[in-house]
Design a protein around this ligand. Structure first.
Ligand code: HEC
Ligand code: HEC
Length: 240
């Protein structure tokens, strides 16, 4: 929660600076509006790591980190079990970083563990490692009670890798694994009540579902109520 307060303080500071600059009649050097392609600036850390983990790693390593994700049964090697604290105690953070960014083949291990250095930034990989450490220690982390992240930021950080920029279902993880993800359209969403949508995002789709649904993780542990509401308003703009 500290992180969010920090971000808020930072925004306030920026705002004050801006006021000051305007007061002086100068043109404030405001950074340009972010484009859809830019990554979201967030504080690296385990909570951030959890969100990224659900987007990129959960499909194989599982919601609990035990290596039993919905895609694991399709693989010739078992994804690492992050709850195996004995094994992970022998690994340093920099070894994990190297493995995650360069992937299995570069380390004489399974090709199913792809090099994530192409799709994730350094901060993102470091946040994922911080979350893997939480799993190693069998701990849980508490989600933010509120946040300043708007729907578009949450979507870009946690949903785009499967649902794609505009909800067409063509995100990187979907492509990498050949997952079929039905496009999110206004028409599709209109079939759900607000409460039903909230529940799908909070609880994910049950792992015994036939079809793609089981690849939709549960976000209740990582997104606040407000963030879930924000991301619902954002996806509701698709296909307008
Ligand atoms: C397509 C499936 C798949 C995805 C997605 C995936 N992994 Fe893996 N991962 C594996 C497999 C399989 C192994 C086991 C490799 C082996 O032992 O040969 C593994 C092993 C690992 C290891 C163990 C390294 C070691 O020292 O043994 C780490 C750490 C890891 N993955 C991190 C991640 C992170 C972080 C993500 C998400 C950013 C991720 N993985 C996404 C399949 C996957
Ligand atoms: C690891 C991949 C993955 C991630 C990450 C992911 N989803 Fe999903 N999601 C899916 C899949 C797969 C489905 C089921 C689609 C289908 O049945 O074709 C789904 C279904 C949904 C649905 C129900 C729509 C429908 O098709 O019935 C909503 C709403 C949704 N996701 C929202 C989100 C939001 C919001 C996020 C980010 C917080 C998110 N998803 C992140 C894979 C993902």
């Amino acid at each position: 929660m500290k992180g969010y307060t920090l971000v808020r303080t930072f925004h306030l500071l920026l705002f004050l600076l801006l006021l000051y600059a305007c007061g002086k009649g100068g043109v404030p050097a405001v950074p340009e509006e972010k484009t859809a392609e830019t990554t979201v600036m967030v504080e690296p850390g385990p909570l951030e790591g959890l969100k990224l983990y659900l987007g990129y790693c959960f499909v194989c390593h599982g919601q609990k980190g035990d290596g039993n994700g919905p895609y694991a049964e399709k693989l010739s090697a078992k994804p690492a079990d992050f709850t195996d604290s004995t094994y992970f105690r022998t690994k340093t953070d920099s070894e994990l970083y190297d493995f995650i960014s360069k992937g299995g083949i570069a380390h004489g291990k399974s090709m199913h563990m792809k090099p994530f250095g192409f799709q994730m930034t350094r901060d993102e990989i470091e946040s994922s490692i911080a979350y893997i450490r939480v799993l190693n220690r069998h701990e849980r982390i508490s989600r933010a009670e509120s946040s300043d992240f708007n729907g578009s930021e949450i979507y870009k950080n946690s949903c785009v890798m499967c649902h794609g920029e505009k909800g067409a279902g063509d995100g990187r993880v979907s492509k990498m694994l050949g997952l079929k993800v039905r496009p999110i359209t206004g028409e599709l969403l209109s079939q759900y009540s607000g409460a039903k949508l909230y529940n799908i995002i909070q609880d994910g789709i049950a792992s015994d579902t036939t079809g793609s649904g089981k690849y939709m993780p549960a976000w209740g542990a990582s997104l606040s109520e407000q963030e879930i509401i924000n991301v619902i308003s954002y996806i509701s703009t698709f296909g307008e």
